[in-house]
Write a protein that binds this ligand. Sequence first.
Ligand code: FMN
Length: 136
Amino acid sequence: MLKTICYISDSSEYESIESIKKIYLKAKQNNLKRNITGVLIFHNGNFLQVLEGVEEHVDLTYDKIRFDTRHRNIIKVINNTIEQRIFEDYNFGFSIVKSSQEFNELNEYLNWLKQADNKVANKVILMVENFIGVLT
Ligand SMILES: Cc1cc2nc3c(=O)[nH]c(=O)nc-3n(C[C@H](O)[C@H](O)[C@H](O)COP(=O)(O)O)c2cc1C
């Protein structure tokens, strides 16, 4: 069964681009192995991440992530089974978004996704849009 988890968190201390890159590379490497897709957004000290994939893999990955001391105040916002992935086609499946150009690209992708009119997808879209909207 496929599921998606979406959470928001605060980074523990001021994260340099180098340390974000390290998190991203590790995430990408692990997620590729476990066929987890999604998006990782970092902005103004906050993370928003969407994970999607086979239930066991997503839950195990989230369990590792939530005990990572590089972030705190982790709030799981979405925890749903899904029929299909929504980030499969997005930028090689897993992406970190930190520049305004990347935000714009993500926005365009989300607007395109809205056509699908899928309930969980719309929840995720709303979350990501609010996150981007509040933080930019
Ligand atoms: C904000 C944030 C997002 C992360 N996202 C992922 C992720 O998507 N996948 C992943 O495997 N690890 C992710 N990590 C890293 C994990 O917390 C953990 O360090 C890593 O999975 C350990 O991998 P290993 O068991 O291969 O050593 C993330 C860490 C942080 C702080």
